[in-house]
Design a protein around this ligand. Structure first.
Ligand code: FES
Length: 107
């Protein structure tokens, strides 16, 4: 398991354990992290799993693929340079302790 933190819009911090190799979205959604809706089921098409990377070890996050970047740009709520779709970020040991702020703007 890889432990990461999600910060909900309220400021509430949620510690979430994610099985190694699994996209972070599933564990966050299943744990009821507010704002992680995942309407498209993890296909990088809805941006309802959009988060900002607040803290992560150098090199822990590979650059987004083109389809992820496009979905963030066109559908993401207030896209920023540190925006990512949690359905496209897989849990790896390098992400242990990483912190993400929910950016979907919906609950
Ligand atoms: S679940 Fe739809 S973009 Fe991630």
């Amino acid at each position: 398991m890889v432990n990461v933190v999600f910060i909900e819009a309220s400021g509430n911090r949620r510690d979430i354990d994610v099985p190694e190799g699994e996209p972070l979205m599933y564990a966050a959604r299943d744990a009821g992290v507010v704002g992680i809706i995942a309407e498209c089921g993890g296909s990088a098409m809805c941006a309802t799993c959009h988060c900002y990377v607040v803290e992560a070890a150098d090199g822990a996050l590979p650059a987004p693929e083109a389809n992820e970047a496009d979905t963030i740009e066109f559908m993401g709520n207030e896209p920023r340079e540190n925006s990512r779709l949690m359905c496209q970020v897989k849990a790896t040991p390098a992400l242990e302790g990483a912190v993400f702020e929910v950016a979907t703007g919906r609950s």
